[in-house]
Design a protein around this ligand. Structure first.
Ligand code: NAD
Length: 492
């Protein structure tokens, strides 16, 4: 039985979602107004006490029921992902599978990470019992993108729920049905209402969510929008996590396994039509192995078929950005190893590889978000690291080397590095995901991803009345003297 995602559109402002391949209208959805967004947030606020008061065990049971529902209905959800994004079936199924892993991890680990902790009180206050309690924030507003419409928002939603918050989710206007399915499946699997609500709409609806009575915003999307979201959240001091774009480098050292590096770097750049925040956009290859690498990747790239290996540009306007980057590279005298400015064949983009692209070119400085890649030769590992770090972005990176990979990885200014592999950190639920610089701040996934959705409260009480009473006007001179002596003895 397929979930009923019908909204009552009567008298509502609506928007249309079109088929990304044919451009035909698929369906209309409610464009939530400010009042409707506030209403949804109020409903989630009303449920926060109930959800918060459940034990970790009870929330775990409910979240695992949801994970089970997703696993049992994986094909239904992944077919919606295919319908709305145009990506191949197998890619959609993999995305859903990874999201289920994250729900399960968050459910099973929330207690261990967020249980009240005892902390040592130190010598001066040895008579005190010190504890840290992790308080759920309340209602978390999640704003999502379209490129991984299940995996990406679930990285915030599942962790926020596991930490005891209720959630209002605004999916991308390019993937509204996927967003509605996620909340509906949660409702059906857990038999709860208003714990996880999806509101559909355009950019303005997202803005209303940032202005509403939410206790945190978890945003994933472009850096340009992230800055607006942060500015809007600042008005109410609403804390925010920003998961934004990238310009991820791949470093290929002299001692790298070249076939492996070519195979993985190509997939990283072109899978999902290059519409991956953690997709490779720049390759820095050691000059001594560059020719071999270039020959290998070219051969592999010629086998990649748009419409089979990957889908269309899900957001039609992205084609103009890709074209702009390719055309400026051409104007700057860049050689195309595969494809060229004519690679844009709407709604698809053909695989495109550029060689020796000036570091100042927009094709090197801005996120292209297409199946394109630039390959530049470097003189040394250090040279590669310097160029990789020059970017304003700092999301993820990949390093291929037999002996120097960890040394290179430790010098990279970014949030995640995969060694002799690509994307793998996204599938490991126990490690954090997020970026630095213009790629954003805050972390989803792992213990850090749970801690994002709580506030730490320190609670301290005397186990017995100690000899050094310092916080009273009847403090004795001897107490002050002992305190100073102890501090000098400890730290002097
Ligand atoms: P986008 O910034 O255009 O939109 C993201 C979401 O923000 C959408 O739901 C949109 O409706 C909403 N929005 C737009 N304007 C808003 C505003 N003023 N206030 C509040 N919400 C607003 O991004 P996109 O095109 O949907 O997604 C692609 C981008 O997302 C790429 O840059 C990609 O790199 C990035 N991304 C990052 C990650 C990550 O984890 N770092 C993951 C996936 C995608």
């Amino acid at each position: 039985m397929n979930l009923d995602l019908k909204q009552n559109l009567q008298g509502k402002s609506t928007f249309s979602k079109n088929n990304p391949i044919t451009g035909e209208r698929l369906a209309d959805y409610i464009n939530y107004s400010q009042y409707e967004v506030e209403d949804a947030v109020n409903n989630a606020q009303l449920m926060r006490a109930m959800w918060q008061q459940l034990s970790f065990y009870d929330r775990k049971v409910l979240l695992l029921q949801w994970a089970k529902y997703l696993a049992n209905n994986l094909e239904e959800l992944s077919s919606l992902v295919v319908r709305e994004t145009g990506k191949p079936d197998a890619d959609a199924a993999l995305e859903v599978a990874l999201a289920i892993e994250h729900i399960s991890w968050a459910a099973k680990n929330a207690k261990a990470v967020l249980e009240t902790q005892s902390r040592p009180s130190g010598i001066l206050l040895f008579n005190m019992d010190s504890k840290v309690q992790f308080m759920p924030l309340g209602v978390v507003g999640v704003i999502g993108p379209w490129n991984y419409p299940v995996f990406t928002p679930v990285g915030s939603i599942a962790y926020a729920l596991a930490a005891g918050n209720t959630v209002v989710f605004k999916p991308s206007e390019f993937t509204p049905a996927v967003g509605l399915w996620l909340a509906k499946s949660f409702e059906v699997a857990t038999k709860t209402k208003n714990v996880f609500i999806t509101i559909t709409g355009l950019a303005e609806t997202g803005k209303y969510l940032t202005e509403a009575a939410v206790n945190k915003i978890a945003f994933t999307g472009s850096t340009k929008t992230a800055k607006k979201v942060a500015a809007s959240c600042a008005q109410n001091m609403t804390p925010v996590i920003l998961e934004c774009g990238g310009k991820d480098p791949v470093i290929i050292a002299e001692d790298a396994d070249i076939s492996l590096a070519a195979e993985y770097a190509l997939w990283s750049a072109m899978a999902n039509a290059g519409q991956s925040c953690i997709g490779a956009e720049r390759i820095y290859v050691h000059e001594k192995v560059a020719d071999r690498f270039i020959t290998t990747i070219k051969k592999l790239a010629l086998e990649v078929k748009p419409g089979v290996s990957y889908g269309p540009a899900t957001m039609p306007s992205q084609l103009q950005v890709i074209e702009k980057h390719l055309k400026s590279a051409e104007a700057e005298g860049v050689n195309f190893l595969v494809g060229g400015p004519n690679s844009i064949q709407a709604p698809y983009v053909l695989p495109t590889i550029m060689l020796e692209v000036p570091e100042t070119s927009v094709a090197m400085t801005e996120e292209t978000f297409g199946p394109t890649i630039a390959i530049n030769k470097v003189k040394s590992n250090q040279h590669a690291v310097d160029l990789a770090n020059k970017s304003n972005f700092g999301l993820a990176a990949a390093v291929f080397s037999k002996k120097h990979a960890e040394e290179i990885a430790s010098q990279l200014e970014c949030g995640m590095v995969s060694i002799n592999s690509v994307f793998s950190f996204a599938g490991v639920a126990s490690i954090p995901f997020g970026g630095v610089k213009e790629s954003g701040y805050g972390r989803i996934h792992g213990p850090e991803g749970l801690l994002e959705f709580v506030s730490a409260k320190s609670i301290i009480k005397p186990k017995f009345q100690g000899p050094l009473k310092l916080t009273t006007f009847s403090r004795r001179r001897i107490a002050e003297k002992i305190t100073t002596k102890v501090i000098k003895w400890l730290h002097g």
